[in-house]
Structure formats: C-alpha cells, structure tokens
Design a protein around this ligand. Structure first.
Ligand SMILES: [Zn+2]
Ligand SMILES: [Zn+2]
Length: 340
C-alpha cells in the first residue's frame, strides 16, 4: 500500500509498505479521504515527529475486523480519531481527554495518508464514529477539525449576543465563523490579509471583515463595535505577536482564545494590571476529544459544516507534497484533502 511519509518539512515521499496486520480487537480501514491539517504545516511541530506518515483526519470504509470486535463490521463508513482516551483516569473524569496518557499514546497505524489504516482497539471503541448514509467521505474528514473548533468555542464560552472576532481565516478560522453564528453570536468579525479568505468568510456568515493589510485592527474594531470591542477573540495564527494583538482587541469582560501554540520557548508579554481591571480571560484550546467529535458529527449531519463549503482542493496521494505546500502557503485555498 502507498503512504505519504514526511522526513523533513521539504521532503515528503510516497512509499510502498506492507499492509499492517490487525489484532483480534482492531479493525482495518480502507482510507477514502484524509485532510491536510493546518497545524501540521508548522515546521517546528511536524519536524519533531519526523519521520512520520502524515495525516490525522481520515475517513473510510472498514474492510475487516478482528475476531473479537462486535461494535463495527466490514462495510461500515467511519471517521476515526487518531487519539482516543481511556475514559477512566482523573483527566478523563474531568473531560480533559487530551491530557489523558492513553489519548497521548494512541495513534493510527501508520497514519492518515495511507491507503489502509489499522484502527487499534482503543481508537475503535472510544472515538470511531459511523458516518450516516448521506455523508460523503470528504464530509467525514471534517469531523476532527470541526471538533477542535467545537471545543474552542466551548472553552471560549461563545454565548448568544456575543461579538466574536476571528483572527486568521484559513479553514479553522472559517469553522469558527460558521459555528460562532450557529451558537448565537450576534456579530462575527473576520480578520485576514488574503482577499479570497475574507470573501469566503463573508459567504459563510461573517457580518464584517477586516483586511489588515489595508486597515488597522483596533481602529476598525472600535468603529464596527461602537467602541465596545469583541466579547470573544479567537487567535488563529501561531505567533506571540498575533496573540498580543488578540488580547489588545478584546473588550471588557472578554475572553481571548489561543487556538494554536506559539513556537517552543516563545514568550508573550502581558500586562496583568490591564487584564485585571478589564477582566480579560486568556484561554487555550488544544485538539479535541470524543464528546467534541460527537458534537462535530452532529453539526456535519445537520449541514452546518460540509465539504462543499470548506474543501477547495483535492489531490491523489502521489501529490501529497503539493497539498501540504498549498496548505502552508495560506493563500487562495481553505481545506486541501487527499482522496483515494
Ligand atoms: Zn487536524
Ligand atoms: Zn484517560
């Protein structure tokens, strides 16, 4: 079977490897589509894992199950999550699934951009979801990214009537726009410097967009919000500079959600006096767990999120490097996926 393996940021190779064997409680997935994650194009993040088979947003068809598997069978169309928690530890009990040691230790074998994938028992039982008949495999690839945004908006406490600012309008920013509206935000403001992405945000429900290559962020926000400034600020770009901008943009009582990590060691200077008297909360949101994927699937079934709205490019596995490059470029594209 073919896999796409990353050796370094500029070195992605298509390799032929044997289909891995499955254990009595595992399943074998025939991959039909897998997204390229915008998080995977951060060089420092992906290179520390290299060499690795890229991709963690697969959807496909189960073609074989181990002798002891009763919950799934051959022919099932599924999304499967690359990490699954134990549901038993202290972190799982609090719903902090991504801190669970089992969650961190589990993975799909060999990875998402592979013609076949072994779904280990824990992933199969604790975070594999059936895709309803009307959903495409392309829709299925959106479960994981959507789940990350479900978690983000929950942690950012987006409420009815809020003004939500989304900085960065790649596919994850667009999902924040779509879901903030769905969760009752009164106004959603999108910020980027790529015209294609600004336009797309408007189509997906943003009330206003700000092109920061043309206008200053804070002045524009003051005008648009009548001086109130946003209640929730979602910071997409992975730099301390963008995070500082996000904190400055939040209105009194506001929440600032850091959706991506800055580089290891990078520091962010805050002014506690200012944060205190304006009651600003800074919250992070890392990845997602099984309750988030279940909520995400419901949103996809409802049609709030779909491949039609968000997938802009499709590539065969042989062109994984090109798909990866396109995602890294962050230009006139949103979601790129590999189709099998
Ligand atoms: Zn992802
Ligand atoms: Zn656990």
């Amino acid at each position: 079977m073919k896999v796409a393996r990353l050796y370094s940021y500029d070195d992605i190779r298509i390799e032929d490897v044997p289909i891995p064997p499955i254990g009595p409680r595992d399943a074998l997935l025939r991959t039909r589509a897998c997204g390229i994650c915008s998080g995977d194009v951060m060089p420092w993040y992906i290179e520390k894992k290299a060499p690795l088979v890229l991709g963690h947003e697969p959807a496909g068809e189960i073609i074989k199950v181990g002798a002891e598997v009763t919950s799934f069978r051959a022919g099932d169309k599924v999304f499967t999550h690359h990490h699954a928690p134990c549901f038993k530890c202290r972190y799982c009990n609090k719903g902090d699934y991504v801190q669970c040691d089992t969650w961190k230790g589990t993975r799909l074998d060999p990875g998402g951009i592979s013609e076949y994938i072994v779904i280990p028992e824990i992933n199969l039982e604790n975070d594999t979801l059936n895709l309803a008949g009307n959903l495409s495999f392309e829709d299925g690839t959106l479960v994981e990214p959507t789940a990350c945004v479900v978690k983000s908006l929950r942690r950012g406490k987006v409420r009815k009537g809020d003004i939500v600012l989304v900085i960065g309008l790649g596919v994850m920013g667009q999902l924040h726009v779509l879901l903030s509206k769905k969760y009752g935000a009164e106004k959603v403001i999108g910020v980027d410097r790529v015209r294609f992405r600004l336009q797309k945000a408007k189509e997906l429900g943003a009330d206003w967009v700000i092109d920061i290559s043309q206008e200053g962020l804070i002045d524009s926000l003051r005008k648009l919000t009548g001086g109130y400034m946003p209640d929730v600020v979602i910071v997409g770009p992975n730099s301390a500079e963008a995070m500082a901008q996000g904190i400055a943009a939040a209105g009194p009582g506001g929440r600032v959600l850091l959706f991506t990590p800055a580089k290891p060691g990078e520091q962010l200077l805050i002014t506690p006096n200012d944060l205190y008297f304006r009651d600003i909360s800074i919250v992070t949101s890392y990845s997602c767990g099984p309750t988030d994927t279940a909520d995400a699937l419901a949103l996809i079934e409802e049609g709030v999120v779909s491949a039609e709205k968000l997938v802009t490019h499709r590539f065969p596995i042989e062109q994984t490097a090109e798909a990866f490059r396109l995602t890294a470029e962050a230009g006139d594209s949103l979601k790129s996926i590999i189709v099998f």
